[in-house]
Design a protein around this ligand. Sequence first.
Ligand code: NIG
Ligand code: FE
Length: 398
Amino acid sequence: MTRLLVRDLAQLVTPAGDGAPLRGAAMGDVEVVGDAFVLCADGVIEAIGRMRDLGTLVGDVEEVDARGLCALPGLVDCHTHACFAGDRVDEFARRAAGATYEELHAAGGGILSTVRATRSASEDALVDATRRHAGWMRRHGTAFFEAKSGYGLDRQTELAQLRAIRAAGGAPTWLGAHAVAPEAKDAEAYVDYALAEVLPEAAELAEAADVFVERGAFDIEQARRYLLACRRAGLALRVHGDQFTELGAIPLAIEVGARSVDHLEATGPAGVRALAASDVVAVLLPASALFLGRPMPPARALVDAGAAVALATDFNPGSAFCESLPLVCSLACTQLRLSPAEALTACTVNAAHVVGRADRLGRLAPGFAARITLLDAPDWRYLAYHLGGDVVHSVVGA
Ligand code: NIG
Ligand code: FE
């Protein structure tokens, strides 16, 4: 048995309680232990506590001297598009000069330009790119990530993306309905193709399915057909909704029993109420709103109404070229008016729930995976306080 002792931590912090997801006021409830340790055995947390309560350990124990550091549950990024080739830096410069994301998309750029680059990459190149991006995320404290396909839009590339994500250690989501493939007659014909030709194998490789509900992407009827077929194939469901327009993605997500509805920059009061009364998690992506100069999602209203909220980067080459969950937490506190505790809950236990792993990720507690994010900070709230800072010391166990 390999034991690991992380000792003399300035602080240890973990979401309170033992349920998941945490909603409403419970999201602000975290447990902080000063002068703390975490003891792990064979990749699992055995005990946490105060140094003064640590008894004598017999046998071989590897020790990590964590003086001046804080321990958080390994951060979970529950919404990324980390498997892609190429970049969109020219498009970024054009947006800086006034072009909008929607205009670039309508003109055949945007998502479709990354589709062209991803289709021309070999599977090995996709594995390398996804591993490289996972390394970036890890340097910013991410201990586990989800990543979506959706830059292939054909059978071969979508399946290659799902395999690449798995090879890079991520949880793969089949975003088969991200955009209409350029060669398809229309959105209906593309959904027919995706469900007939790609779903059978995608269902073997992916854990969840996702759809982009938006003008210029998929409407509610097409999204429902796609999601119900994916549910029958055994996949958990996610929805990209209310990013630019409120088209009914929230009622659809609730109707089909989705795990989450993500984005919500355009969500109004009725959507907030509906989500708060449901089991669907609101995944908020403030780095994407910032990157595109869009309104921020109604995070405060969602938490106050009793919803379960998660935070993620949306890391992708077009709408959020940002792999940093600490930066997302800073945006959550400065722009979304969440507290540091609510932000922490949102990218640990609630994000772990969204990726179906709340039984082993998202908390520092006995029985949970020994994945620990260490901050180079005297107080855990530096996670959000140190805006764009070099706040992550290391990730243990990922
Ligand atoms: O979540 N909105 C749709 N999809 C991604 C963006 C993908 C891209 O621009 O390449 C998002 O923002
Ligand atoms: Fe996204």
